[in-house]
Design a protein around this ligand. Structure first.
Ligand code: FMN
Length: 157
């Protein structure tokens, strides 16, 4: 399957999963870069969390790959305040008319997966063919590897 994995990552967890997933699924990937500073506790945590809660958009760097050229777009986001990040919200808003089908994954402390996927579904105006939640604890204990294998398996014919 011709697939594109698109993700945003502030501290590396979602990126780590993107790298593993794209290798496992043999698909291309695109990292979304937020032009807003997201480092540190005040800006990175408090303000960013608030922006996610208020469903704010941001300005992302120009994308390199056209999602219209792919059968499936996998969208990956960290969960912030039980929501998708502003960078992924912006990417979806700007590109949803170019998605043929979608799947979602998220990394998180442990809360907000279903709520986040529901709002991504609404925003994309498409039901995801599959979803995947991975916690920081699972990454630490290397439990993410099996989850990635299982997720990828369903796309292999
Ligand atoms: C502002 C902010 C809000 C967060 N809110 C949640 C949350 O509601 N639920 C949760 O399980 N994890 C929450 N987290 C934890 C992140 O989702 C988790 O650390 C994620 O793996 C980070 O991904 P990244 O390393 O790709 O940036 C939050 C983190 C930040 C920075």
């Amino acid at each position: 399957m011709n697939c594109l994995l698109v993700f945003y990552s502030r501290t590396g967890n979602t990126k780590k999963i993107a790298e593993l997933l794209s290798t496992e699924m043999n698909c291309e990937y695109e990292e979304i870069l937020d032009t807003k500073k997201r480092k540190g506790f005040i800006i990175g945590f408090i303000k960013s969390g608030f922006a996610a809660t208020r469903e704010k958009l941001t300005i992302i760097k120009e994308i390199q790959k056209d999602p219209k050229l792919y059968d499936l777009v996998i969208l990956g986001t960290p969960i912030w305040n039980k929501r998708m990040t502003p960078a992924i919200r912006t990417y979806i808003t700007e590109n949803k008319n170019r998605f043929k089908s979608v799947a979602f994954y998220c990394t998180m402390g442990g809360k907000g997966g279903p709520q986040t996927f529901e709002s991504m579904t609404k925003l994309c105006e498409k039901t995801p063919v599959s979803t995947l939640e991975i916690t920081k604890k699972e990454i630490k204990n290397e439990l993410h590897l099996d989850k990635i294998k299982n997720f990828s398996q369903q796309f292999k014919s």
